[in-house]
Design a protein around this ligand. Structure first.
Ligand SMILES: [Zn+2]
Length: 476
């Protein structure tokens, strides 16, 4: 080991990044053209003009100086709806209808997962998340949470983990059909007591409700109360398809859909993260806003299976909307960078229905960037510590290299980040003050090894689940 490397290793506790364009996403939306940022331990100690930061700390021995030569620094991106368990199921449900997707692919797949499958699936998913600049994610509800937590701890990510919870429903796999409400609640409370606030505080445990069609009213109410008591969040798929609203009307004998029903159950609160929320009316949008309920918009997945979510209307009504990828069998790409681009395009195009023409001013770049950062932090109830680069917040940030054919030339760095950036432009990722990817190399796990484990685990799992994917062409 050279002398310089020794110094760098010792000085890990104070890192100074300088000569960078820093997009802070703070309340004033400050951008430093030639900025510097000092990180001590897991905290942002100082942020400002490069020369200020350098003069403030240059006298300190063992400081690690990194000249970024004009590259961009922004807060770590936050993916507020991702199914880590589904990563091994990428490609198992392309171009199929919704019933085939759920009953013949996803349920058999998830119900046949072993704990080790969950571990490998989360590692593989985490690698893709990190490459796309994500430092924090909200699990949508998956299998074998302890193994999920083990993978998150190793990867160095921050996450709100949630178990997949259903206590009723037709056509459920046999191993799930026997789960009682008590069992669902007990299991989640145990997970909370074992894993909440672990991995140096990077892991939090949330309650999950997969969707209203698979929940009894008792489950809804007990979840509401338990989350309130433990001061944590609830993650739930809400108003995904129009059929869901009809099922609520038929089974609950009411004349309204999911969102109104949840309001009457007093579940619509500020700790509820509503995924998708596509089939909502004007009144329900106002209900979401009044309650402070957060919405995770998953543009790719919505386009594939659900429909156009009224995102512009929600944002006009001051609903906090963030971005999610959904799972690999619904989207295939777990890149929040791609979702930023899609969110803007889809919501500009959707205006054709109300205005007769697309609206290029809908969801502008700065709004989309806020959705992927500070709104994400609010959605996971963590905005006091993450989502923007400010003194005293956790050091969760990414370095973007804009000097490549994907982004050059750039005149407005915010537009460039939303409309031009690809995952490949994200070169380094820091979470909780530690680098988890540097120069595009994932640091805490062996990427090649995970890919190899994932290929064999996925093949075995599909065999066990008897999932056959028919060929669409004549392979010879
Ligand atoms: Zn989902």
């Amino acid at each position: 080991m050279s002398k310089m490397e020794q110094v760098a290793e010792k000085s890990e506790s104070l890192i100074l990044l300088h000569n960078a364009v820093i997009i802070t996403l703070n309340p004033q939306l400050h951008v430093f053209r030639d900025g510097g940022i000092a990180v001590e331990g897991d905290i942002i100690k100082s942020i400002g003009q490069s020369h200020h930061i350098l003069s403030q700390f240059s006298h300190l021995p063992h400081s690690q100086f990194i000249d970024l030569h004009g590259q961009f620094i922004l807060p770590g991106l936050i993916n507020t709806h991702v199914h880590t368990s589904q990563q091994l199921g990428r490609g198992i449900a392309d171009d199929v209808d919704l019933v085939t997707w759920l009953h013949h692919r996803i349920w058999p797949y998830e119900s046949n997962m072993t704990p080790n499958d969950s571990y490998i699936s989360t590692l593989l998913c985490g690698i893709e998340l990190i490459h796309s600049g994500v430092t924090c994610f909200a699990e949508a509800g998956g299998q074998h949470v302890p193994e999920m937590a083990r993978a998150v701890q190793l990867l160095g990510l921050r996450a709100c983990l949630t178990e997949s919870i259903m206590d009723t429903g037709e056509g459920l796999p046999a191993s799930w059909a026997i789960r009682t409400t008590d069992h669902c609640m007990q299991s989640q409370k145990e997970l909370y007591s074992k894993y909440n606030n672990t991995a140096d505080g990077r892991i939090r445990i949330w309650f999950g409700i997969r969707q209203i069609m698979n929940s009894t009213d008792r489950l809804l109410l007990e979840t509401r109360d338990a989350a309130q008591e433990l001061k944590t969040g609830i993650h739930m798929h809400i108003a995904e398809i129009d059929y869901e609203n009809h099922v609520v009307k038929d089974t609950r004998k009411v004349n309204y859909g999911t969102v109104t029903y949840l309001k009457k159950m007093k579940l619509l609160q500020s700790n509820l993260l509503a995924a998708h929320t596509v089939w909502v009316n004007e009144k329900e949008i106002q209900m979401l806003s009044d309650a402070g309920t957060k919405v995770s918009h998953c543009p790719a997945s919505a386009m594939r299976m659900l429909g156009f979510a009224p995102i512009k209307e929600m944002m006009d009504a001051k609903v906090c909307v963030s971005l999610g990828t959904d799972g690999a069998p619904s989207n295939n790409r777990m890149s929040i960078v791609d979702e930023m681009y899609l969110a803007s395009l889809i919501n500009k195009g959707r205006e054709v229905y109300s205005k007769g023409a697309t609206d290029p001013t809908a969801l502008p770049a700065e709004t989309v960037l806020q959705m992927a950062t500070i709104n994400g932090a609010k959605s996971v109830l963590w905005d006091n510590e993450i989502g923007s680069l400010e003194v005293g917040k956790k050091a969760d940030m990414i370095v973007v290299n804009p000097f490549s054919w994907t982004m050059v030339p750039f005149h407005d760095c915010i537009s460039s980040l939303v409309y031009c950036m690809r995952s490949e432009n994200v070169i380094s990722v820091m979470c909780n003050g530690r680098w988890i990817m540097k120069d595009r190399k994932i640091l805490n796990v062996d990427e090649e090894k995970v890919i190899s484990m994932a290929r064999s685990a996925s093949a075995e799992l599909l065999k066990r689940a008897r999932i056959h994917i028919p060929s669409k062409m004549n392979f010879v």
